[in-house]
Write a protein that binds this ligand. Structure first.
Ligand code: BDR
Ligand code: CA
Length: 311
């Protein structure tokens, strides 16, 4: 099994990513670290606990991390995810407690305590917690097996500004630290996640599952879909964050290239832009496996198979 830490700002698509991980015996989820992003930190950590209880996995610890980007004011996305960040279905207040340790210290301790190269970080929100851990404890960078993250874009460019994707835009300084760190990176950008669109048939199949989690996924998807339908005229909701977990489980469903990726932190119009050297026109060395395509049918078959295993 692969040991992972999910760093997240749930988020309906974050929730589906977490459920996919919980359903997969190939993965050992050591903990969930919450970060401010889609909604403020007090809601993202609460949502993480609600999701774990929905799946009956309250033994997995949840840690609260940074409540604001490294240097900027927090930008949130209630217009996509709703007031709670997890609109679509009302979940009970969780009984499980938040851990008292800060998420950044949990990440540092975990990487120091486990064998070198054994832990994969899966950030599916702004990169503030990861960058803060790297700044506070530079010795952990070389201990990370890999970082599999959702963020950025190449051809699809931006969803929060014309140039930038939300997770990178919220904390470009943090993203820049992570991309310059030397840790092996796998990037699932909007190019891929806009191919990961739910279909009516799949959502109805989730709703019909004889468990709690399937119908929850259907309700979240219904809520999340509204934004993309109105904004882009697309059919279906893009399951951005689950692509990271799906890549860990079934990398053969994805296509990408090892290239150089840099983060713009200063542009007048392009702050938070991911500059991906897809055609390798610069001399800058490759620092990331940048994914461009996913086999949509394969992805949704995997999700169906796994979500059906949950309570
Ligand atoms: C990313 O931003 C968030 O709104 C989603 O959860 C996803 O992580 C997509 O740009
Ligand atoms: Ca997210």
């Amino acid at each position: 099994t692969q040991k992972i830490i999910i760093d997240t700002d749930p988020g309906q698509d974050d929730a589906v990513a977490i459920l996919l991980a919980l359903a997969s015996s190939e993965l050992d989820l050591l903990g969930i670290t919450a970060v401010a992003g889609n909604v403020p930190l007090n809601l993202t950590e609460l949502n993480a606990r609600k999701i774990l209880e929905l799946a009956g996995r309250q033994e997995i610890p949840v840690f609260a991390g940074c409540d604001a980007p490294l240097t900027r004011k927090l930008v949130t996305a209630e217009y996509v995810h709703g007031k709670t960040g997890l609109d679509g279905i009302e979940l009970p207040m969780p009984a499980m407690q938040l851990q008292s340790v800060h998420a950044v210290d949990f990440i540092i301790d975990c990487l120091r305590q486990h064998p070198e190269g054994s832990i994969t970080l899966v950030p599916i929100g702004p990169l503030t917690n990861i960058a803060t851990a790297f700044q506070k404890a530079p010795d952990i960078v070389s201990r990370v097996k890999q970082i599999v993250l959702m963020g950025g874009a190449y051809f699809e460019v931006g969803n929060i500004t014309p140039a930038a994707e939300f997770n990178i835009y919220v904390d470009p300084e943090a993203a820049s630290i992570v991309f310059a760190s030397g840790a092996p990176l796998v990037v699932l950008p909007l190019d891929v996640t806009h191919e990961a669109l739910t279909s009516r048939g799949w959502v109805e199949a989730m709703r019909a599952l004889p468990n709690r989690c399937g119908p929850a996924v259907a309700s979240w998807t219904d809520f999340f879909e509204r934004y993309d339908r109105e904004k882009y005229g697309s059919e279906g909701a893009p399951l951005h964050d689950p692509c990271t977990i799906a890549w860990l489980l079934r990398p053969e469903l994805f296509e990408g290239r090892q290239i150089n990726v840099e983060i713009e932190t200063q542009g007048e119009f392009t702050t938070g832009m991911m500059v991906a050297d897809w055609w390798r026109v610069s001399e800058r060395p490759a620092n990331a496996l940048f994914i461009r395509h996913v086999d949509r049918d394969g992805l949704f078959a995997l999700l169906s198979e796994k979500i059906a295993l949950l309570p």
